[in-house]
Write a protein that binds this ligand. Sequence first.
Ligand code: PGA
Length: 259
Amino acid sequence: MRRAFSFVENFGPKPKLRTMNFLRFESEQTWIQSTAAFWRDRLRANPRLRMCLPSGHTPNKIYAELGRSVARGLISFRESEVFALDDFGGLAPDDAGRCRNMLQRYLLDHVDLPKERFHFIDAEAPDLNRVCREYDELIESRGGFDLTLLGIGLNGHLGLNEPGSSLDSGTRRVDLHSSTIQASAAYLTHANLPTWGVGAGLKQLLSSREVWLLANGPKKAEIIRRVVKGEISVEVPASLLRRHPACFLFVDSEAGKLL
Ligand code: PGA
């Protein structure tokens, strides 16, 4: 592992010192192993860790590593809690591309989390507003997230918080940007691409005690450059994490190559 640098930003009329911890790894393999090692530490320090977790391609190899860690008895998810970050709407409940099903397949099937400790947003519920409100109430009743893992969209979105999302947005239905719709094709085995979804809002994500932004591969290099070096703006939601008091950016050498 190589710690590349850490940068400090000041904000607002009365600036407070904020640091985004930036960790760049020499290979995808060390990125996977090191991120998993940090995660094991967090679970050992707090077995009751409340996590908000994404689906998508980015975290899958890290999830596999965590599954192996559970199998080897190094850590346990027994007392922890997992909240799904988001889900697509308009797909069949058993569609392999549903975020809930991906999270199940890549992580939950391989760890010892009791079923009732996994929470997700039911995008097919008849009263979606109520489902969203109840998701926020559940998160708040637990005291918020301890650790939120996030991938990043090519447009800088965080979960389904697309560019322009409000800072105090809660869990809600969202129309997907065209780049998000196109990206979803990678998870699906059919051409019925989702046009909307439901996801936890920036309010919940930014108030998580700790946030990890994960990116690997050359396709993410340009957006990671904008997140780290560009303007802090809701137009690039991930850039807002530079205001977060405990954010770690984990990139491999490819995703970090423009920094
Ligand atoms: P990916 O998606 O992990 O499949 O690249 C990330 C995202 O769009 O948030």
